[in-house]
Ligand binder design. Sequence first.
Ligand code: NAD
Length: 541
Amino acid sequence: MSEQSPASGPLGNLAGGPHDPEHDATAAYALDRGYVAGLTRRIVSSTGRTAPVWSPVGGIPLAHLPQSSPADVAEAFARARRAQVAWARTSLDERSAALLRLHDVVLDRQEELIDLVVWESGKARKDAYLEVAHVALTARYYARTAHEHLDTRRVGGMFPVLTRTEVNRVPKGVVGVISPWNYPLTMALCDGLPALLAGNAVVAKPDAQVMLTALLGAQMLEEAGFPAEIWQVVAGPGPEVGGAVVAEADYVAFTGSTATGRAIARQCADRLVGCSLELGGKNPMLVLRDADVHRAAEGAVRAVFSNAGQLCVSMERLYVADQVYDRFVDAFVSRTRAMTLGASLDWSVDMGSLISQQQLDTVTRHVEDAVAKGARVLTGGNARPDLGPFVFEPTILEGVTADMECFGTETFGPVVSLYRFHSEDEAVERANDGLYGLNASIYTRDTRRGRELARRVRCGTVNVNEAYAATFGSLGAPMGGMRESGMGRRQGPEGVHRYTESQSVAVQRLLPIAPVMGMSEEVNAKVMTGALRLLNKLGRA
Ligand code: NAD
């Protein structure tokens, strides 16, 4: 267990908070061999091989996970394909009802889910709760909008009365969902929910570090009434097992790094199957001169340090107007110093641990590189082994320049660079710098101006007077990246349509689309031209 006593340091109030004995009891059952075995039996595995996983909360061993081979992946797809045929015949109302039951199951069992998420990822409990909320929101949104997105739709036929045309939404078949470790529950489940709604089955390959949460999610799907076989889970190293998923899937929903996304896109292109790629970012926040400085500083703390910065939509670049720069920096730094850090299941933690040594190494390297090249640390800057093996302080840097690694490369940790700007045009231009385009945030009292500026920012989501939650929590709004932050969108209509083929069915009545009653092709062309002119006059599409 990590040291939980209050610690002194540059941040002042760095208390991990004592362990709640009630949660220690929960931890004991989380590590109970029977409980773990109940979850891991869902992994399709015939290899006899296992891989150990440890918790970032104190480095405690959590489980030995059965590993899948490419042959197991093929078996998972075979099972999913069989199950999908029957599933696709169920009614949309039945599938929506299962989603609504899932909504209740995850809310009812949130304590267990949150405990497991924290054990596996080391994040703060409040960040784990948001995963539960996001699954519930997603399930409810797609259940309630199922008919709007998926019902067969009548469209104008070639000729009124004669041609009756409609468009069906046909499921793709079996969708591969490959997910990262940073949001163990929501990333493992949420992309799959609209796939199920549309009549597909899923083969899920969650990240190796967070399999138990993904397996608990799969168990909850079954509890909610989804047939067990339509959600298969495989486990193992990304290139081998993830690659085998991409080799079999009818569509791939991938969330992870840009490098892996690119490899998956190539593999999908070879097979001519579609994919959605939710990738990395280097997200900018703009604080305009008319911003409410305290609101912006409070927003910046959440924008930068939620989930210890291991959040695709969190901010790593902060551009602040000259006029408010000093006041904003004072407020932001003092709020950051007041944060409570720790690796614990306790609600009192504001910012939790990084997930792994690898993450800690990247964050440490980015900060050390920046400092060595002349950046100034306004607060933070150090690992905190006294609080947990992978805890790193929330860190604010000034004077970051283009030669530093953290300037344009995603850190994916609790580190932000502050920059001053003189004009809004310059701020937008600098926000649009670089390769990524995932999420942006604008703080201003003039929300109309904020919305206008948003249109010029090349990011898939832009939040005004909020960091990321406003767009991410608006399930009707598509979410995804421009440029190297991805392809395709989750959420909204696009989030479910990606899992369907549109199929057009037209019925021709009374007259054929061809010359009739011995009419020559020449006369037919004249009649047709007259008809086209008439339809145009009538304003037909
Ligand atoms: P990663 O690309 O290393 O791994 C993601 C998943 O892909 C894991 O399950 C992994 O096992 C698997 N994988 C790895 N190589 C593979 C391959 N060759 N073929 C198939 N699967 C493979 O990413 P990560 O480090 O786990 O996640 C962090 C990254 O994810 C960050 O860049 C972050 O910004 C991004 N992310 C993006 C979003 C979004 O919505 N845009 C959300 C969360 C995380």
